[in-house]
Design a protein around this ligand. Sequence first.
Ligand code: GH3
Ligand code: MG
Ligand code: MG
Length: 330
Amino acid sequence: MKPAVLIVDDDPSVVRMLETGLEDEYLIVPVLESTEAINVFSETPIDVVVSDVKMPGLSGFDILRSVKAANPLVEVILLTGELPDRSRPAVNALHSGAHDYLLKPVSIRVLKSAIQQALAKQRQQLEDKRKLQELLRRANTDFLTGLSNRHHFQTQMQLEFERSFRYERSLSCLFLDIDDFKKINDAFGHCAGDLVLQRLGQLFAKHLRSSDLKCRYGGEEFVLVLPEADSEVASSVAEKVRRLIAKESFEFADPPLKITVSIGMATSHRRNFSSAEELIRAADRALLQAKREGRNCVRAHQPGGQPDEFVNHGFQALNSQPSTTSIDRL
Ligand code: GH3
Ligand code: MG
Ligand code: MG
């Protein structure tokens, strides 16, 4: 597809001349009324703007400012009649962010070259932006699971906590740890362990809300943060997650391996926690309790007391499935 060039000039003969000279290579969008140019720009995809400087209504500089404010990647080339001091307006134009400043009468060859350079600059900027976004994504993501890494999570969590604290909204934190994960690595190798971690990442991405924070906190530990979830909602989400994971089968083992997780949860409500770290620590303590009480269960942090016994399914149900491998038999 041809790149789109918006031409703004109050002189119809100039617009016609430019249109004729450029239309073989570019899709030309001609505008004679400077005040109309901004509307046209916002409604039509434009790659480069070529604008006269002196026009009734808006000047080329006004158009330059509006275009850059709307999309800094679109390059603007300003055209003007010859002036006594050639250098000053050119310097002003370039300082204001114009790609180029050409004196009229402009040769089509020179203008084409300026447009080509503007498009090349734009492509390079787009590529740089894409690379930067990719770098940022990588810096924030756990490479194995695709979830937030701990560093990024801490920033996200801080914002969520501050928001919930200020508006006194509920915020729940689930701390999840795979049971006996070391045995999986030992029995089936590190790659099999990695597969398990990846599957959990996929499962969280699929079954939790996009507004929930999902983080690989460390080795085989995950933290899930549920904004607006009170302890009741969080309990049901934790239990849903625990069950979903228990249902997964891992085909690298024969018969397929079943795994379980332990989950500790804590809910920030009416400012009962004064920091995000405190909330996470409380969920972590509840997780310890879940481990102590036999694994494969959810325990809730109890303010000022022991974690509440919420669910305890133990290993019995798991062991009663003879067609699968359970970790505690490894
Ligand atoms: P528990 O039920 O008490 O949590 O026991 P566990 O075996 O799950 O816990 P432990 O802390 O003893 O072992 C965690 C294991 O997780 C040991 C470590 O090698 C493994 N691990 C940590 N990170 C990774 C990883 O990125 N990939 C794999 N495959 N294993 C990992
Ligand atoms: Mg573990
Ligand atoms: Mg652990």
